[in-house]
Design a protein around this ligand. Structure first.
Ligand code: SF4
Length: 369
């Protein structure tokens, strides 16, 4: 038995005994594998399992999804973040329906043409759903390879990416792609974790160069440090005749097509209260005044730490019709109806705060006390 064969066998044996029971592993239906793989990008497994089941209840198959509105899809995605993923899923579903007779393609090449599907997701769908001999490389696998093969290149550099894909291709046992690719991902999630890998339980320990050299803590070689960038923003909950003003962001904007309360970044020397008044005027031509501070939420988004100052504001003009400059649509809605719209995380936190604080409960919508 050569080294690769021994490694493949050890890993496949381990996977057959230790794989987790995940909802999308029951049938390997390509639609379910696709949705789970997109959800798993940037989101923890536990959360994905909950969102996945909710999604399948709402959109049980590709045909149902392809005929759904973007609003409904975004609402179902709310809380997972990175909303372009949901918009791309919908675009891809429509394309699959029209160009592939509703059947998800089994070839990596055809999958790569679809919106939101890159080399990793194409490899995952082709191998996990159809058992095609296609490798995958994700962050878990990059970490395993960096340790297993003692890769001294900085993660995410073009040279490291190229080497990882080459290794994944070389290691893949023909006819076993479904289990082998999943086994690598599972090993990265359960054993070869970013911190404190459990080398004593690892099926690959006898092959691992970083373990042999005692340099596990130094692999993978980290990327150059990225600093967190703090951002301060302010937003206003505008109440008029017991209704709340919300607007829908432009499609190609950050958080495109999601709903929000108007607001924006603080300018130099500006107080949050002043930002809200200015932003309302710029975005909607509404003249508003600040009534009171509601709360401050903090939200982490990629490298950014967003502090959002939230205020209750009122109109001091008679006309409740805005002129939209930063949105595609607006609604005046009741507090209870906020649940029917998809908001970015910071604004959803504000809504949760209002619900928990009871400011709007037990009385008709109006100004909180
Ligand atoms: S022996 Fe340890 S470091 Fe090496 S692959 Fe296994 S868990 Fe990762």
């Amino acid at each position: 038995m050569n080294v690769s064969t021994g490694l493949q066998k050890s890993l496949l044996d381990w996977f057959s005994k230790n794989q987790r029971d995940l909802p999308w592993r029951h049938t390997y239906n390509p639609y379910q594998v696709w949705i789970s793989e997109i959800m798993l990008q940037q989101t923890q497994m536990d959360r994905v399992a909950i969102f996945f089941l909710r999604w399948m209840k709402e959109f049980p198959d590709l045909q149902t999804l392809a005929k759904s509105s973007e609003d409904r899809v975004l609402k179902c995605w709310e809380g997972l973040g990175y909303y372009s993923r949901a918009r791309n899923i919908l675009k891809a579903a429509k394309l699959i329906l029209t160009k592939h007779q509703g059947q998800i393609p089994d070839s990596r090449k055809l999958l790569l043409v679809l919106p939101g599907i890159g080399p990793y997701t194409a490899g995952a769908i082709a191998s996990i759903s159809f058992n095609r001999n296609v490798p995958v490389v994700d962050a878990n696998i990059e970490r395993i390879f960096a340790r297993l093969f003692n890769i001294e290149l900085r993660q995410k550099t073009p040279a490291a990416k190229k080497l990882n894909w080459q290794k994944a291709e070389e290691l893949l046992p023909v006819g076993e792609a479904r289990n082998f690719n999943q086994a690598l991902m599972e090993l990265g999630a359960l054993i070869c974790r970013p911190k404190n890998p459990d080398c004593t339980a690892c099926p690959l320990s006898s092959h691992c160069l970083a373990l042999q050299y005692g340099i596990i803590q130094e692999r993978p070689v980290p990327q150059k440090g990225q600093k967190t960038i703090p951002i301060e923003m302010a937003t206003g909950l505008l109440l008029h005749d017991g209704l709340i003003f919300i607007q829908q962001r432009l499609e190609n904007d950050v958080w495109g097509s999601l709903w929000e309360f108007p607001g924006g970044r603080l300018e130099k020397g500006e107080k949050p209260e002043q930002t809200v008044v200015r932003e309302f005027l710029e975005e909607t031509e509404f003249k508003v005044q600040v009534e009171s501070k509601i709360t401050t939420t903090v939200h982490h988004y990629t490298r950014y730490k967003v502090t959002l100052h939230c205020f209750l504001v009122s109109l001091y003009q008679a006309d409740p019709d805005p002129v939209l400059h930063a949105a595609q649509e607006f609604h005046w809605i009741s507090f209870e109806s906020l649940q029917n719209y998809a908001f970015p995380a910071g604004h959803r936190k504000l809504i949760s705060y209002l619900e928990e604080s009871g400011l709007f409960s037990h009385k008709p919508p109006g100004k909180p006390d």
